[in-house]
Design a protein around this ligand. Structure first.
Ligand code: NAP
Length: 300
């Protein structure tokens, strides 16, 4: 599996596995361990979490499994996120839904993530969403403390637009290593509004969440989905690919910004297909054919 260097001492696998839906898979701990080891065998070493996934449960589910084979920890990179607060039986202190990027919250959230994931360090911590109430000095101070304590190796953001990214970066003495954004042939917003260009300008590798648009491409009755299915099916046939999901991954992988798709499925065969998509190289004609199908018109 191709690897991508995000910093001198940090690389991610080109395909990442996301744990947002872990609690929906009805896995036993043995199933999850099996899946974790399967990903590692395929070369997927980077696992994406957030404190809130599964209503503040999924990090704990993953950590309990990791504790069954602690030797796996050194073979993987763990990414998690913080900054979103909502009411949950697992967080009785939360009174309402809001963002919190205060130093106190970031430090507390990391302590919880370390405990739940049963690890003593995180490879990368992301601020989950841009916070209209953000005090960048507090974020910078929290990041520095966590870095100096060896609790978090690197930092990034998620869903940040250019101005939000630049503002936070300007308060830090080290570079953010990623911006995790929604990217797929179905959802083009971050291509259109300059967020992908920001990553290219900063030489920062974007992580792509919902690379299959959360499954909408397969099932939606919207005209856009129908157009995309037609174009993706045609390109799949041309490439000899096994389904339109592989073409959706290959479309992201072809982009010059070195996009890292986060696979959201818990099914082995679908994860394997995502990895196999690395073998399919789209021509420029095919790439734009899919873009045009998504937009509903051709570039000027
Ligand atoms: P996705 O891959 O776009 O969507 C996964 C969904 O598509 C699952 O329900 C999956 O069902 C379904 N699916 C996959 N292949 C399919 C196929 N061939 N036919 C029909 N359905 C199919 O990714 P995602 O789960 O939305 O997001 C991926 C990861 O991104 C998450 O786990 C999380 O780590 C991250 N994320 C981050 C943010 C953020 O704000 N930073 C937001 C959302 C997600 P099965 O499970 O049955 O395969």
């Amino acid at each position: 599996m191709e690897r991508v260097q995000l910093a001198d001492d940090l690389s991610f696998s080109r395909i990442i596995h996301g744990l947002w839906r872990l609690n929906e898979w009805n896995h036993t701990p043995e199933d999850t361990l099996d899946l974790m080891e399967y990903c590692l065998e395929l070369g997927i070493t980077t696992f994406d979490h957030a404190d809130i996934y599964g209503g503040f449960l999924n990090e704990e589910l993953f950590g309990k499994v990791l504790a069954l084979k602690p030797e796996l920890r050194s073979k993987m990179e763990l990414v998690t996120k913080c900054g979103i607060v909502f009411k949950s039986p697992r967080r009785p202190q939360h009174k309402s839904h809001h963002y919190d990027t205060s130093k106190k919250h970031i430090l507390e959230s990391v302590e919880n993530s370390l405990k739940n994931l049963q690890t003593d360090y995180l490879d990368t911590l992301l601020i989950h969403r841009p916070d209209p109430f953000m005090d960048p000095e507090q974020v910078a101070s929290a990041f520095l403390e966590l870095k100096q304590a060896g609790k978090v190796r690197h930092f990034g953001v998620s869903n940040f637009k250019q101005h939000q990214y630049n503002m936070l970066q300007s308060y830090l003495d080290f570079n953010l290593v990623t911006n995790q954004i929604e990217l797929s042939a179905y959802v083009l917003e971050n291509f259109d509004d300059g967020t992908v260009n920001l990553c290219q300008e900063k030489r920062v590798t974007p992580m792509a969440w919902s690379p299959l648009a959360g499954g909408k491409v397969f099932s939606s009755d919207e005209e856009k989905a129908k157009r995309l299915r037609t174009a993706l099916t045609k390109v799949a046939e041309e490439l000899g690919a096994d389904g339109i999901d592989q073409v959706l991954y290959a479309w992201l992988l072809a982009h010059p910004a070195t996009i890292l798709p986060i696979v959201g499925s818990g099914k082995k065969e679908r994860i394997k297909k995502a990895v196999k998509a690395l073998d399919y190289k789209l021509s420029l004609d095919q790439w734009f054919e899919i873009l045009h199908a998504s937009m509903g018109y051709e570039v000027p």
